[in-house]
Structure formats: C-alpha cells, structure tokens
Design a binder for this molecule. Structure first.
Ligand SMILES: [Zn+2]
Length: 510
C-alpha cells in the first residue's frame, strides 16, 4: 500500500483538531524552503511573468522558432532572468535548459515557452499584457496557465533552493521547449543528441499527478465545391432554400466559440422553427440577421481546450444542431451541416460516428469534436479533433472512421475529398519513482487527502522524457483555461504552485 493512504485515513479522523503538518510526509527542509519562497518571491515572480507574457511566442508557419524574432526576444528575457537569479542558461535553439547544481544525477522540469493563438477582441485587455485589474485575484493573459506561469514558478523554486544553500545530490534542470503547441519533431531531434535528466516532472497539465494521457488525433475531410443548385436533392424546405455558408472555429485544439451560417431564400416560418430549437440550447447565444430573404445566423459558444470539451460549448456543433430542422440540399455547406448532425451531434464522445466510440476505465472516453471549418481550394474542410484512450488500435479506429465516411458518401451522393486521419498513440506511464513524493507534497499543501494518479485528455512532452509525469499547474476539478480566450491563473494558485514546486524539487534533489 502506498504511504499516502495511511495518512489519508489518519487525516480524515483528525483534520479538525490538529494541523495537517503533523501527518503528511513532507520533510522539514522542503517545507521550510517552500515557505521561504512564498515569503520572499511573490512580487518578483509576478513581475517575471509580466515580462514573459509580453512576447508573442505563437508559432509562425514556415518560420523556425530559432529564427523567429519574437521567440529570440523571449529567450533573451529568459536568459536575463536566469542570470539575475544565478542559474545557468543554455540555448540549444528550440530547447532552452536552465540549471542549478552540477551533479550527474538530474531532476528535470518540462515546460514550454510558445503559446496558442488568441483573438484580442475577446479579451478585456491585451492578452500580451498581464492583466491584474479586470478581475481582482486573477492574473489574466495568454500563457499565464499554459505555460509561462509554470516557467516563472520553476525559476523561483530553483532560486529559493539556491538561496537557502540546500545541499543538492541532483542537478535541477528546467526545460523550456519553444514549439510544444505546433511541432514536437525538433524536441525529438534534441533528445537524440543530448542526455536527459533521469527523473522528470512536466509542469503543463494538472494535479495531483498525471500518469496517462490520451492520444491526439485529427480527422479531416473536405466537402467539395458545388455551385449548381439545380442538382441539390429535393427534400429541402422549399425548392430553393439552401445553406450557402457555414464556417466556424479557430484552431485544431480549441473547442470553437464562434460559428456562422447563411441560409438563402429563407422564410419567417423557418426562423420560427430554428428559434424553437435555440430555446433548448443552454449557454450559447445566437443572433439573426435578415438581408432580403437571406438569413444569417451567428453563434457564440464558449472556447475551451479541446482535451476538455466538457468545459466548452461547441459553436459549430450547436449551430449545426440549430439547423437540424431540415435535411439540407447537399451543396458544400448543406452537406457539411447534414454530416455534422448525422455523425457528430452535440455529444462529446463520438457516439453518432459509426462504431468509433469507446472508453477505458482509467483514461475515460474518447472525445470527438469538430474544431475548425476552413475554406480550401477544393471546398470546405472539416477538422475533427479526437482524444483517444488506450483500448483500440490506430488501425481499428482508422477502419471504423473510413467505413462511416464511405457509407455516408454513398447514402448522400457526395464525394468527400482530401480525407486524412492523423492519430497518435495514448501514453501510459508505468514507471516513475517520484509519484509518491508528488502526491505527498500535493496533499500537504492543498489538504486534498484522497490524491491518486489521474489520466488526462491533453498530451504533454512527458511522453518524450524518461520517468516523466505531469504535476500541475491546474487544480483538479477546475476549468483549465489554457487554449481558451479567457486564460488566467489565480494569484492564489500561482503562489501555491511556487510552494509545491519548491517543496517537490527540494525533496527530489536533496
Ligand atoms: Zn501547454
């Protein structure tokens, strides 16, 4: 039995009468260092984050990170901060390593300095300026949670250990990868040429400890361009009512917040039927606009990380559902809407998509979400983001996906083009000696005693490092705001993360 179980039961019976400290297994020196970090570096750490947020480190297509001026400036700032804190700094191009100590044995922390795109019009202040005033208690900005906040936490955890002259048996290394959100190949290349710490924690997911991650996948298909409306199938509302436009989404790993549809030759009666469905949709706003007989509908849902679709409201699937009043003529947009309604729906787990739905007891169900609609040369491309647990082979999934698509095309007399599946493997960590230490520290500082390893839908760089598991920065049961248009970390959580990372590093490196 793992140690923490014993403390759990003790703690449950005594929590009301005695300070938690008495029971959880965190060493005095680790707690002392964590308390010191909290007492000494709160303001400086916020200032460090404020600086890092200002650099727009989103990936630019066709421009390698080492050549991207914004990435270069971000790294220069990072180098400055490391130097100021007395930590060593090595820039390998895509990978930066900031270190403390010189033992051969090492403990690594894995983070990333690149960010996801953002839509500034959706933020109270610029997402590149740390906003501490719009919502008191929150630090708002792109990267606050994912993943620049954890970088600054790690820096000040290392600094605190250095200040207190803790004798280290292991060197501590902070990895900052610059293309986590766009391309993992440069990291794989780096790993082939350099030795890595023997034990690693990834600061890019959630607590208490993540030992399994679903596999990321994209299913994409294009609904072909058609302009000849006379060829549309005949089961329309009236002879010439059809959908001329259906767009939405922003990027592949974000649950879309926006979607838009245009209906030609619409009628007031049609709008009445549409509005009836709208009443049953909670949490999404629609606006309607007439221009002659052309009806435009705009949907505003809620963005979220696509690995956590439960926290978002998918504007694409809900808007399609709103249009389910009819089986539309199969022109480009009509076919697209019909397909979404038939095989995606507003559910989260692919239950309408032929036989693909499945679930794993520990890792949970596969999620299947439309995330981006994009006009291409050949028509409208639908991108579906999936997050798959263990339990099915890629081959089986691929087969099930194509059999559904074949049947749908035959039934609807539509030939989809540019069909593409890109499905990655799930990751399960079975061997990480630091798990008990992480759970102890987590329970000690949060008072959450039933801490157990968990599985998540997101994918982190844990899978590329030896003995790696994720530890924070997000609390279990709270909405993860990274990748959303309302990214923040509470000041309280930010400080708590500093304490937990400081304690964990002290325990693992001393
Ligand atoms: Zn991240």
């Amino acid at each position: 039995m793992k140690k923490y179980k014993y403390y759990t039961s003790l703690l449950l019976s005594c929590a009301l009468f005695l300070p938690m400290k008495t029971f959880a297994n965190v060493s005095e020196i680790a707690d002392k260092t964590a308390q010191y970090a909290q007492a000494t570096y709160q303001d400086e750490m916020i200032e460090s984050l404020r600086q890092l947020i200002t650099f727009n480190t989103v990936a630019v297509e066709g421009l390698a990170s080492p050549k991207n001026p914004a990435h270069q400036k971000f790294k220069a700032e990072l180098a400055n901060q490391a130097k100021h804190l007395g930590l060593d700094y090595t820039d390998y191009g895509y990978v930066v390593v900031i270190g403390l100590g010189d033992s051969e044995q090492r403990v690594g922390m894995i983070t990333h300095g690149d960010i996801q795109p953002f839509n500034p019009s959706k933020w109270a202040q610029s997402p590149l300026v740390l906003d501490q005033t719009s919502e008191p208690g929150k630090l708002i900005g792109r990267g606050t949670e994912d993943d620049k906040g954890p970088i600054t936490n790690a820096l000040y955890a290392m600094k605190s250990i250095k200040d207190l002259k803790i004798k280290l048996n292991k060197r501590i290394e902070l990895y900052v990868y610059m293309a986590e959100e766009s391309d993992w190949q440069p990291l794989r290349d780096h790993i082939k040429q350099h030795s890595l710490p023997q034990v690693n924690i990834t600061l890019d997911a959630e607590y208490p400890v993540v030992t399994a991650e679903k596999g990321y996948g994209t299913i994409s298909m294009t609904f072909p361009k058609t302009s000849d409306t006379s060829k549309f199938s005949s089961n329309a509302l009236s002879e010439n009512t059809y959908i001329s436009e259906f767009t939405g989404g922003f990027f592949g790993s974000q649950i879309p917040e926006d979607a838009h549809a245009t209906i030609e030759n619409a009628t007031a009666e049609l709008l009445t039927r549409i509005k009836k469905i709208a009443k049953s949709h909670a949490g999404i706003r629609y606006s309607y606009q007439w221009q002659g007989t052309q009806l435009s509908i705009t949907a505003l849902g809620r963005s979220a990380h696509s690995s956590k679709p439960e926290y978002g409201i998918n504007a694409i699937s809900y808007l399609a559902d709103l249009l389910s009043v009819n089986h539309w003529p199969n022109n480009t947009s009509g076919a697209l809407v019909n397909f979404i309604n038939e095989h995606l729906g507003t559910g989260l787990y692919g239950k309408k998509f032929g036989d693909i739905a499945y679930s794993d007891e520990f890792m949970g169900p596969m999620s299947v979400q439309a995330t981006v609609l994009k006009a291409t040369e050949n028509g409208m491309q639908l991108n579906i983001n999936i997050r798959r647990p263990r339990g099915k082979t890629t081959e089986q999934l691929t087969h099930e996906i194509s059999s559904t698509l074949i049947k749908w095309q035959q039934k609807n007399q539509v030939t989809l083009v540019d069909l593409n599946n890109d499905i990655n493997e799930p990751f399960v960590q079975t061997n990480a000696p630091q798990i008990d230490t992480l759970l102890e520290v987590f329970s000690f500082y949060t008072g959450i005693t039933e801490a157990k390893p968990i599985s998540i839908g997101g994918g982190t760089n844990s899978r590329l490092f030896p003995n790696a598991v994720s530890f924070g920065p997000s609390m279990p049961g709270t909405a993860y705001t990274g990748h959303s248009e309302h990214e923040f970390i509470t000041k309280e959580q930010f400080i708590l993360n500093l304490k937990m990372y400081t304690a964990v590093l002290t325990e693992l490196a001393k």
